[in-house]
Design a protein around this ligand. Structure first.
Ligand code: OSB
Ligand code: MG
Length: 374
């Protein structure tokens, strides 16, 4: 049980080590909103908003999330007592539609806070089972296929257990061919289209079938569940949905319609960890494997992803790479590291399992707003 007395929202700026290009846009200078929730006993929880700088991945952005936090989320949760994070999730779900990434950062912070109060790890409180999670890497669209081949070789040598290659119309078959040649016939590689195609492009996507990809992620638009089902009938390669799965109901719809055979779970995309757990369970009940997606998070969002990915049905390596893949310096200590392609889940430490570096946070903060119970 907790009563949220204060929410501190801050924007930090962090430059990615390398520009990340996907079919729907480019990221380099990240603007990240972090939330700190404080309860009546002074316990603290941290969350990270995964909304981007521009509405290319989803309609939400850091600025729409901030508006939602100020106008609609804070008024629902500040000063109110909740039995547990699930009750807070329900309150936000009932209060207003959409704005899932904005809701999720507060919901996820409340999971951290609740775990801290119990003195247990976030992974443990979610029902995590795996001591280590297998690490994948997501490679952005490169200038040339040969550049991608170099990156694939380097990633495999570094120990990554799965390689994801971003594709777009005009940057697909030659890139996938180069990636497969560099990786060898059996290496676990997959493609992510971020909704760049239309059903009329089915023949173009069929040219990827010979490359033995683990899956093609989100070839069509967010709302295209029926069209994904039609496309899946025309492809041998399994489809995986990311953008389309915005709630547990959408996951059930996908399974019912045959719109894909694998689900990428991002807690931020679905309104928080409560919904992420529900999707995990629905998928498990239908023998649909899931993996944990990434949104170029700082060490705080990464902590939530590591905890989530420790659940039993996360059987495919996710986009949860070590801190050094993204940042010159992360905002948590210890930073997230990979050994032999694995990240260790900090079951032995409470909450996120890492310390937030407040000095560094102050240094990176460009503005902040406090919502208080008064
Ligand atoms: O589709 O998974 C995606 C990053 C931004 C927006 C969408 C996506 C991604 C990634 C990044 O693939 C994966 C990562 O965080 O390493
Ligand atoms: Mg994706």
């Amino acid at each position: 049980m907790f009563r949220l007395d204060r929410i501190v929202v801050r924007e930090i700026r962090m430059d990615l080590k390398e520009t990340f290009r996907i079919s729907s846009g480019v990221s380099q200078a990240r603007r990240i909103a972090l939330v700190e929730v404080v309860d009546a006993d002074g316990a603290v929880g941290w969350g990270e908003c995964v909304a981007g700088e521009r509405p290319n991945y989803s309609p939400e952005t850091i600025d729409t999330a901030w508006l939602a936090l100020r106008e609609w989320i804070a008024p629902v949760v500040v000063g109110r007592t909740f039995e547990n994070p699930q009750a807070l999730a329900r309150a936000l779900d009932d209060a207003f539609r959409g704005h899932r990434m904005a809701k999720a950062c507060v919901e996820m912070a409340s999971w951290d806070l609740a775990a801290m109060k119990l003195g247990v790890s976030l992974a443990g409180s979610l029902g995590g089972a795996r001591q280590q999670i297998a690490t994948g890497i997501s490679l952005g669209i490169q200038e040339r296929p040969s550049d991608l081949a170099d990156r694939v070789g380097t990633a495999l040598a570094a120990g990554y257990r799965r390689i994801k290659v971003k594709i777009a119309p005009g940057a697909d078959e030659p890139y996938i061919r180069a990636a497969r040649e560099a990786a060898g016939p059996d290496a676990p590689i997959m493609a992510d289209a971020n909704g760049g195609y239309r059903l009329e492009d089915a023949e173009r996507l069929q040219t990827l079938d010979p490359y033995n990809l683990m899956m093609i992620e989100q070839p069509l638009g967010t709302d295209d569940l029926l069209r994904h089902a039609e496309l899946q009938r025309q492809l041998r390669t399994p489809l995986c949905l990311d953008e389309s799965i915005t709630s547990p109901d959408r996951a059930a719809d996908m399974i019912h319609l045959g719109s894909g055979r694998i689900i990428n779970i991002k807690a931020g995309r679905v309104g928080g960890l409560t919904a992420a757990l529900a999707i995990h369970d629905i998928a498990a009940a239908h023998a649909i494997p899931v993996w944990c997606g990434g949104m170029l998070e700082s060490g705080i969002g990464r902590a939530h992803n590591v905890a989530l990915a420790s659940l039993p049905n996360f059987t495919i390596p996710g986009d949860v790479s070590p801190s050094s893949r993204y940042w010159h310096e992360d905002i948590v200590a210890p930073e997230w590291t990979m050994a032999d392609g694995l990240i260790t889940v900090p079951f032995d430490r409470p909450g996120l399992g890492v310390e937030v570096n407040r000095d560094r946070l102050e240094h990176l903060t460009v503005h902040q707003e406090v919502f208080e119970n008064r």
